[in-house]
Write a new protein. Structure first.
Lengths: 276, 295
């Protein structure tokens, strides 16, 4: 596709501006996390810490057991991720590539479940898990992912599966393939990109989940990073240096995971499968 | 026949089972609860019929109408902003620019920031006295704002903080854009069409399924905003950011009035259902599927 020089330059200018706006909060976070309070309060704001207060991180992370919070978050994330990727792709296949009576009606009902505010199921789910004795455990946070992995993901995958030409399936049927083979050998390889997107969303959704842990976890030793940071904020209200250091420490691991995973992620979104 | 029904049910069974256990069951229970005066700290629970609902709409609970209005205002501001900005950013990223991957990473990066950390960063950026944004406005000799601390600006401020996290929506748009076959654009070029014809006749029609998806998700998500209310504002100042779900959470888990809170939840459900239904109804006239699903 050709693009005029002018359009390209305007595009660059816009991208630089937007990128700057998106990145400044990170810079502000980092610079605040490395300053002492007196420099933070200087007006007009300064950008370079003098000196660099690396000890902010040590002070912030030892006031609360952030190591435990990290491990807890990791356990929940891995548990949810596996369940989501496996079961949502299977379900989406059933809704997009197999024709059966009542399919669209059932999908419609499941979709209405997506519109169902989490708040509707929240109270009875809470009471249910509590009655079963699983309040203050990770079960309420992990187990549901193994049952379809969320309608959001099924919807996203189904949308994608619908764009794959049906001729592929027809040809496979002619060659004697069954649905499992079509799922495993045609749809799965073509949808690797979307599956990675689903996996990343699932990872981030779980990592960022605040309401779930807030409601189901009571003991500090089970807390996730999100809850831990919120607890920290409640205790150290005006200590912007420590708050920013703790926030930066919570942000850093997911930035690292994202940067490691993004090669696959970016490959994934450019390979749409339609060309295959 | 390929035993479509058998295999269809087999493949979708985890999702259907999950729906029954984690959605339908709790949903029915919630409806039941909404007809009672269930309160964790009360010894007896009585069936009260539609009392909770009449209490909601009677105006006796003025916080109900207040939180409803605030949430509508938020949705009305946020949904168009998210869709338009994400689409424009995705279009820019889809150009043949050098360093695309870097731009894309920068724009996506904020959406991986945990909500609590993002809230901390924005509280600090929007701090009226010491925050970066007011400092920058003063430097430019522009009027400053109290942002999260003023009744008139708190909702737009919350919208602003959520726009930092549009990366996910941008990426979905980008996936939609990169799925458009290049030949289509070449056909327009052969006909002598410029960027506008390409946008109007190829890009927009081809990404309508993505616009549809993103709009639905933005509506559903915006109605249910909770984290921002809980962490950024605690509903303040003066209940001016008392988002609906935050009010519901407060009623259920602080006041422990779970019966009444269940009624609140059902009203929200009906509202979201209504708006999603409207988008679905109109979608036939503007959403274009290339795969040509022949159900």
């Amino acid at each position: 596709m050709r693009q005029s020089k002018l359009a390209l330059s305007a595009g660059y200018a816009a991208l630089f501006l937007i990128s700057a706006l998106f990145i400044i909060p990170f810079v502000w976070l980092l610079r605040s996390s490395l300053m002492d309070l007196s420099q933070i309060f200087t007006m007009p704001p300064e950008w370079i810490p003098r000196p660099f207060h690396w000890d902010n991180f040590h002070r912030a992370l030892t006031t609360l057991p952030f190591g435990t919070f990290f491990t807890n978050t990791f356990i929940i994330v891995v548990g949810v991720l596996i369940g989501t990727v496996v079961t949502s792709s299977i379900a989406a296949f059933g809704f997009a590539r197999i024709r059966w009576k009542g399919r669209d009606a059932i999908f419609g009902i499941l979709m209405s479940g997506m519109m169902l505010p989490a708040a509707v199921t929240l109270i009875p789910s809470f009471l249910g898990w509590k009655t079963l004795g699983f309040y203050d455990t990770y079960y309420p946070l992990i187990v549901p992912a193994y049952f379809g992995g969320g309608i959001f993901n099924i919807f996203l995958l189904r949308q994608f599966y619908l764009t794959i030409p049906r001729d592929f399936d027809e040809a496979a049927f002619v060659d004697g393939a069954n649905y499992f083979q079509i799922y495993g050998r045609i749809i799965m390889p073509l949808s690797r990109s979307v599956l990675i997107v689903v996996a990343l969303f699932s990872f981030l959704g779980t990592w960022n989940d605040f309401m779930g842990p807030l409601i189901y976890l009571k003991s500090d030793r089970l807390f996730t990073l999100a809850l831990g940071l919120q607890m920290f904020q409640g205790t150290y209200t005006a200590q912007w240096d420590l708050l920013m250091a703790a926030s930066a420490a919570v942000v850093l691991p997911c930035v690292v995971v994202f940067l490691i995973g993004q090669r696959y992620f970016l490959e994934g979104i450019t390979l749409t499968g339609l060309k295959g | 026949m390929r035993k479509g029904l058998l295999y269809g049910l087999l493949f979708t069974s985890p999702a259907i089972l999950g729906f029954i256990i984690f959605t339908l069951g709790p949903m029915a229970a919630s409806l039941g609860l909404s007809l009672t005066d269930y309160n964790v700290f009360k010894a007896h629970t009585a069936f009260v019929g539609f009392d909770n609902y009449s209490r909601l709409f009677s105006g006796e609970d003025d916080l109900f109408y207040k939180s409803l209005g605030i949430t509508f205002y938020f949705v009305l501001l946020r949904v168009p902003a998210v869709i338009i900005i994400s689409f424009v950013v995705a279009l820019l990223l889809n150009m043949n620019v050098k360093g695309r991957a870097v731009f894309r990473t920068i724009i996506y990066l904020p959406s991986i920031v945990p909500a609590v950390a993002s809230a901390m960063i924005w509280m600090w950026l929007l701090n009226p006295d010491l925050g970066l944004i007011n400092s920058a406005l003063r430097w430019l000799h522009l009027p400053t704002s109290n942002w999260l601390y003023s009744e008139s600006s708190v909702i737009p401020s919350v919208v602003l903080t959520t726009l930092w996290g549009i990366g996910g929506t941008v990426i979905i748009f980008l996936a939609g854009l990169s799925g458009i076959p290049k030949q289509y654009y070449e056909a327009i070029e052969v006909d002598g069409g410029g960027w506008y014809s390409k946008l109007r006749h190829i890009t927009i029609p081809m990404v309508t399924p993505t616009i549809f998806f993103n709009t639905i998700m933005a509506i559903i998500g915006s109605f249910q905003v909770f984290n921002e209310a809980y962490i950024l504002t605690q509903g303040g100042p003066n209940n001016r950011s008392l988002f609906y779900v935050f009010y519901l959470w407060r009623t259920a888990f602080q006041d422990t009035e779970m019966g009444y809170a269940s009624a609140l939840a059902w009203v929200l459900f009906i509202i979201i259902l209504f708006f999603t239904f409207i988008v679905f109804k109109t979608s036939k006239s503007w959403v274009h599927y290339e795969g040509g699903e022949r159900a």
